[in-house]
Design a protein around this ligand. Sequence first.
Ligand code: PLP
Length: 400
Amino acid sequence: QSRLAFVDLQPPDPILGVSEAFKRDTNDLKLNLGVGAYRTEELKPYVLNVVKKAEKIMLESEENKEYLPIQGLEAFNKATAELLLGQDHPAIKEGRIATLQSLSGTGSLRVAADFIAKFLPGTTAYLSNPTWGNHKNIFADAGVEWKWYRYFDPKTVGLDFEGLMEDIRAAPEGSVIVLHGCAHNPTGVDPTREQWEKIADLVIEKNHLPFFDVAYQGFASGSLDDDAWAPRYFAGRGIELLVAQSYSKNLGLYAERVGAINFVLSDAEAAKRVMSQLKRIARALYSNPPVHGARIASLVVSRPELFQEWNEEMEYMSGRIKDVRQVLHDELAKLNGDKDWSFILRQLGMFSFTGLNPAQVDNMTNKHHIYMTKDGRISLAGLPSSKAAYLAAAIDDSFR
Ligand code: PLP
């Protein structure tokens, strides 16, 4: 008998486990709407043209494979902070932003969670209810206590703004408030600009530390600038804040693990000290980040002709998702005109939060071979419009 016989079996991850189940299904009709990954109309993974162009440039310049510094590729860190805040942002000019390249969004969140555990012990992180399933794991494993704030109202299929404000007001002063920069996962429901302004007022009043998770910059509106509005607005109000960035979705660099953690602070001295500690944390976790994707991202962001093309591809991808939303909505309205399906059109980003309960999700999978997360979320990025009618019929059947 093994000395580890007492270790219990961990259930599959709620999101990545869906892909594993999908792979085992042999039915031709099967559709994987679980993970948030972009697919073409032909259901193929999509490598952006700008990524191929950047890789060609890299190949021609015969880049080496030496270790990066602990904080990552300098050109990437500069480019990613500029993409986030805008090129001429005072925080960048004044050197009061600490940017560390990390292992995509997840690794960036984890480095910051470790920093919070180490330097702000006893601070609770408040997560939107619901949120991306891994947020809980990340804070819990770092030893940071987390609690919910209200976010989604199933009755309106929209934002529970009053509940959100009440809960953020009731949180102890100086709490970490985790906010989705845009295209909230899983609901696709974002605050309006007026609501963001009120959230910022309250964050200032309560001296909270906002922590933006920006995993979908460009995917909500199709515009990289518009989608960074909320963190830019907070920074403009003089609020100190944390921002985790990911290039998994907007550059399609899922497996390359490209992202960054940014601390926007009040002065350069603090930024320098924080940076030294972020490096200490990263050193023990993984030593230094991978170089390939960081080179791609820094080339695409810093070369005007590539940046222009990226923006066009971004608009194309987010446009295809918007078209698919419309087709799905129209098909559902045809099948059941008594129900208001307009929430599908209002939701932003890659996902739609359907309102299907776990038993109905089981029906979607077991009867219709459609794979999705138990919370009722579907990734429209993985839906070709030719399959929208099939999906609509399955949703309609599952609601009956
Ligand atoms: N944050 C949110 C809200 C996400 O939805 C995701 C990915 O699905 C991530 C962070 C992190 O993804 P990655 O680690 O691939 O950047």
